[in-house]
Structures are given as structure tokens and as C-alpha cells.
Design a protein around this ligand. Sequence first.
Ligand code: AMP
Ligand code: ZN
Length: 468
Amino acid sequence: MQIFNTLSRRKEEFVPLNEGKVTMYVCGPTVYNLIHIGNARPMIIFDTVRRYLEYRGYEVNYVSNFTDVDDKIIKKSVEEGIPAAEVSERYIAECKKDMEAMNVRPATTHPLATQEIGGMLDMISVLIEKGYAYAAEDGTVYYRTRNFKGYGKLSGKNIDDLEAGHRDIQVTGDLKEDPLDFVLWKPKKEGEPYWDAPWCKGRPGWHIECSVMAKKYLGDEIDIHAGGEDLIFPHHENEIAQSEAANGVPFAKYWMHNAFLNINNKKMSKSEGNFFTVREIGEKYDLQVLRFFMLSAHYRSPLNFSADLMEAAKSGLERIVTAAENLRRLSAHAKDEPMSEEEAVLYAASEQYVEKFEAAMDDDFNTADAVAAIFELVKFCNTNASSDNSRAFLNALSERMDLLCGVLGIITEKEEENLDAEIEALIAERQAARKEKNFARADEIRDQLTAMGIILKDTREGVTWKRA
Ligand code: AMP
Ligand code: ZN
């Protein structure tokens, strides 16, 4: 499996630090608002990377933080007259709802910056002891950038060019030794959340948070560190400087960055005001469509969001879901027979789409080609599956389709089908209750079904149902 590594600027064979295991850290959102569809891109992409690594047999420890202390969160808390923690808690809960609707699985751990202050104080102390950081007069702790020899290796920036750029914009009264130095800890301002620290009461800088959370939950050396490409500099460059100076070992083996999502061919950003929240898109589309849209492009290519492309994604997804649903329906009514020889040959032929899918995903997670392989499988199923086939054949094709869709996080069951399953489970429970002479429970279930618009009919063959 090949991964494009931002650090080496080329595709590399993926070899994890420990056989069979992958440690992965993805920078999460700052929670002061509902997430926008740009934030959704890394969530969907790296969730898909995780699913594919699992499909390939790796055990993945996936960590993604929430930045829950930040100027924007504080600003919102002042505007609303509520504590900063209330703002971040609210938007973490909302973000989790959006993730679920996009079928983004929860991380193994979702650490919160505010719960990890102790680790940050420890790492900052180590950096000071090693000469990589210093406390200024006002208690601000800065990282001594020039002391870290590898500075610029991720972003490809040259430290002297950076210095020249910074000198022009240096602010007077700055207590830094060097304009390139960045903040690890800063003094509190009136009304802001703060923690006690040896240097001053204050709060951490953004970069130190991720270095500390990655170390605590994944270790000093990790396999994959990921995020949007805007994070390469300075955020990830600074994370490397902090972690490698403090821990004395390479930080992440592979650095992955998704390209940006644009709107009408313009960079989508909150400051420009040209963005949609995931919630807004969810009012118009099932968020599976948004997921499918994101996967239709390679993650390192810029992706343009437009109504036309969303409509195309919607019909593409529908084609897949309809084919999957068709296989299940055919199977439900099929002869309960093993595969015929002819069917076995056909089934073996469908293996080529799995191979295409894997080849695409092995090539730096080319989801666009992986989706194309699924479409070929859809066409194959539509051509070769009919009511004449054995159940074994239809089930095998259905499982193959669901397996590939599952790797991309595409749900092939229509909501209505899920509802059908729920109704049938309730009916079974009612039958069991009646058998146990628990008529109160049986009536309760009937009422529940009535409220759902379901009409039950007791017949000699059992209970049948229909929608009112
Ligand atoms: P933030 O809350 O701004 O720190 O962003 C959280 C994640 O979303 C980061 O990985 C960003 O790189 C990513 N991100 C923000 N805007 C976009 C966008 N328009 N397209 C793709 N990724 C984005
Ligand atoms: Zn980060």
C-alpha cells in the first residue's frame, strides 16, 4: 500500500512501526460553531483511510482531538455571556451528530485540550530544560525555533527566508528572542479561562496541544499524522519541532494532508462568508450524499462544491443503493439453493472488481477509482442477477457489494429498509410477549406500531402488516 507522504513529497510503501498495528492522529476542529463542509472533508477522508486500513487487517488506534480552548471560543462565550466550556460542549455535541449522519465513526479517543493541561505543562518544562524553550518576563513561554535543526522539513520552508519575512512585520514590544519563536504558553487575560503554571496563570498555545495529546494516546512515535493542507505550516511544522525536541525520536512516519474544498471555484472559508455548514446541507440532502461527493475526488485534489456536483453524487449513490437493495430483494424471494457451477464462474469473475477497488485504494487511497470499481460491480450485478438465481449466489454478490461500500462508509440500506427491520423486530417482540401472556407489553407494542402508522393483521399464518 502506497501513501503520499508530505514529509518526503512522494508516495512511499506503507510499513507501520509495529506489525499489524497503526497509530493515527487527525487534527480535529475548533469547536465554536457548527462545522462547515470544509471541516467535513478531512473527517470523511481520514475515516475512510481508517476503514481501509482495518479492511487490510490492521488494528487502528485513531485519535482525533477537539480544540476546546481558543480565542474564537472565548469571543463567542463573551458574546453569549456564558462560560467558554458551555460553548465548546455544545459544539462538540453538535459535531458528533454531524459525524454520525455522515457515517464518520467516533475515534478510538477524542481528547479535549482542556483535559490535557498537565501533559502540556510537562512537555513545556522538558523543552525549557533542554534549551528549546524559554519563559519571557511576562510569563509567556516561547519555543526557540532556531534551535531545532529540522525546522521547515515538512513545509519545505527555509528558515532564513522565514526570518526575513518575519522581520518586516515584527511588532515592537515583543518579548521574543527571535521573531520566528512561537508561543507554548501565554498569560491569561481578564475573563479568560486559565490554569496555574510555573511561568504564569494562563493557557496553552494551539500547537503544543496536539503534540501532547498524540504522545499521551499514541506514543512518542506515531505512524500517521493527518489534517487539512492549511495545517502543514505552521501547525504541523511546530508540532514536529516540539515533539521531536521533547521526545528525542521522529514524531510521525507519514504525514497526510487533504486539499481544500472550494465553493464555486473559490476557496471556502469562514472569514470570506462563503461556506455551508454540514447542517445546512443536511436539510437538503441525506448526508450520505455529502460523503459520497467527497469520495468522488482524490483527497489531494482540490474539490469544488456545487449544486450540480451534489446532484450527480445523489444519483450516483442512488444507483449503488438501488442495486444493493435489488440483490437483497431478489435473495429474499430466491430458491434456497447452493450456487450452480455457472453461478460460481460468474461469482469468480466479479472478483476483478474487488481487485480494482483494492488497487485503487492501495494507490494512496484513490477513492475516485475505488468508486468507479463499485460502479462496475453494480453494472455486473444489474446484468447478471435475476429471480432465476440461487439464494447463495445472490447473497454472495450482495455481501461483496456491501463489503466494498462499507470500506468507503457508504450505507447501502435505504432508510425505509431499516424501518422495515425495526417494525419486524417489534412484531416479533409482541408475539413473544403474547406467548408469555404479557398482554400489557403486547398492547403497548401494538400502540407503538399504530403510532408509527403500521396496521397489524393476525392471520392463521402469523402476523402480517402494512402501512396505513
Ligand atoms: P479548524 O477548525 O479550522 O482547525 O479545521 C479543522 C480541520 O478542517 C483542519 O484539518 C482543516 O485543515 C480542515 N479544513 C478547514 N477548512 C477546510 C476546507 N475548506 N477544505 C478542506 N479542509 C478544511
Ligand atoms: Zn493539530
